[in-house]
Design a protein around this ligand. Structure first.
Ligand SMILES: C[S@@+](CC[C@H](N)C(=O)[O-])C[C@H]1O[C@@H](n2cnc3c(N)ncnc32)[C@H](O)[C@@H]1O
Length: 387
């Protein structure tokens, strides 16, 4: 099977964690941008990447690079690709694009040109054309067009991989599943110590933590990927990869605690965890974050409080952040504390010195994952509490 460039997209800023995941799976990182990493492999390799990557959004398999100065050249070059070998005349195709070409004001025009070239080509070769439209649940072709440089990919994922399929009840301001996974990977936690998540909301962090601790493939739950709608889909390989991933999933050797002040949120988190198959591994409770029962021993304690843009008001939140500092000092010794926030001023109210500030984006909002070492005994007062 032919190798090609594979472009893996991710949320802005997550690239370092995606790159690490790729290298661990034995794929090279050929180049990177703020929202993606390029590697190489076969179309079959994309099945494994879709199943195993925790931080990726989409896995794009390169079909061809070419030059097109305008829409007519785009149509001609697209018509030369043997689409009949990838897409069935009885199938359905959607074209997505990212276009930065002075002659194209509306990307939809480029999409229509590509779609026309694909369906005209298939009709010429097979006597019938596939249906087309905006749905990304079957064959998806992606065009990247910058200046006169075009790259055409098969989008093997379609719907972003963040949609794992377990979050049926999102609640307010939920964290994207892939961002939650990246945040946990950034802490270095892998199930060795306990995982405590007050303010759990819909439970995304706790569920992703359970997946990581179990070494459970994040894509096992999802039933549809676009590669399944590409001709030559190797169903036997897919079944083998799934079986192997299930075999490699281990046991939990730590405690995972998730709490929230809202009963509705905890109910939602519990139901989401049940859909994800990890409800029995997470200890849920309804309580104020400061009342969370922190297991004896060590591990990480991670909070994603509101930060005043989508929910909550700044004044009220100031005392919440100050309270988190007190909670860390009084109840979390021996742990590493983390706060994920998009508000640097509120973070200052915590009153502890962060030993690391890891940059992230939540949508367009620049965020930080702040890490606090909560030492036992005297080292704590020397090194982490601000004067
Ligand atoms: C930004 S949301 C967390 C979203 C979560 N990471 C997710 O993926 O769904 C903040 C959560 O903090 C909870 N919360 C607010 N004040 C709280 C408090 N004093 N104690 C415990 N939870 C609180 C809210 O109910 C909400 O679910």
């Amino acid at each position: 099977m032919k190798k090609s460039r594979i472009l893996i997209t991710c949320a802005k800023g997550i690239t370092p964690f995606l790159k690490e995941e790729l290298l661990r799976l034995g794929f090279p990182a050929l180049s990177e941008t703020i929202a993606g990493v390029a590697t190489e492999g076969t179309l079959d390799d994309t099945l494994r990447l879709n199943l195993l990557l925790r931080t990726a959004h989409r896995v794009l398999f390169l079909i061809r690079d070419f030059i097109a100065r305008d829409a007519d050249e785009l149509y001609r070059a697209m018509s030369e690709i043997a689409w009949e070998e990838y897409i069935s005349e009885d199938g359905y195709v959607c074209v997505t694009s990212s276009v930065d070409n002075p002659g194209i004001r509306d990307t939809r025009f480029a999409n229509v040109k590509c779609k026309d070239a694909i369906v005209d080509r298939i009709r010429k070769k097979r006597g019938k054309r596939p249906d087309s439209g905006p749905d990304q649940d079957r064959a998806v072709v992606n065009l990247y067009w910058k200046g006169d440089q075009c790259s055409v990919y098969i989008d093997t994922s379609g719907e972003p991989l963040s949609r794992r399929g377990y979050r049926k009840i999102p609640m307010a301001a939920p964290m994207q599943e892939t961002l939650a996974a990246a945040v946990i990977l950034a802490t270095g936690w892998n199930g060795g110590g306990h995982f405590v998540n007050p303010m759990c909301g819909s439970g995304t962090l706790a569920i992703e933590a359970a997946f990581i601790a179990l070494n459970r493939a994040p894509g096992l739950q999802r039933i549809n990927y676009c590669f399944m709608h590409i001709k030559g889909f190797n169903e036997q390989l897919w079944n083998n990869l799934r079986a192997q991933a299930k075999k490699e999933a281990g046991k939990l050797h730590c405690r995972i605690v998730a709490t929230d002040i809202s009963r509705e949120a905890v109910d939602a988190a519990r139901r989401n965890a049940a859909t994800a198959g990890v409800e029995h591994l997470i200890e849920f409770a309804v309580c104020d974050y400061s009342e969370t029962s922190v297991p004896q021993g060590s591990g990480i304690i991670i909070l994603n409080p509101e930060y005043g843009d989508r929910m909550g008001r700044i004044n009220e939140l100031e005392s919440v952040y100050a309270g988190i500092g007190d909670f860390f000092k009084q109840k979390c010794r021996g742990y590493t504390g983390y706060i994920f926030t998009g508000n640097a001023d509120l973070a200052k109210k915590v009153g502890l010195r962060a030993k690391r500030r890891i940059p992230f984006f939540n949508g367009r909002i620049e965020c930080r994952l702040l890490a606090y070492e909560l030492y036992e005994g005297s080292r704590k007062s020397k090194e982490t509490i601000m004067p």
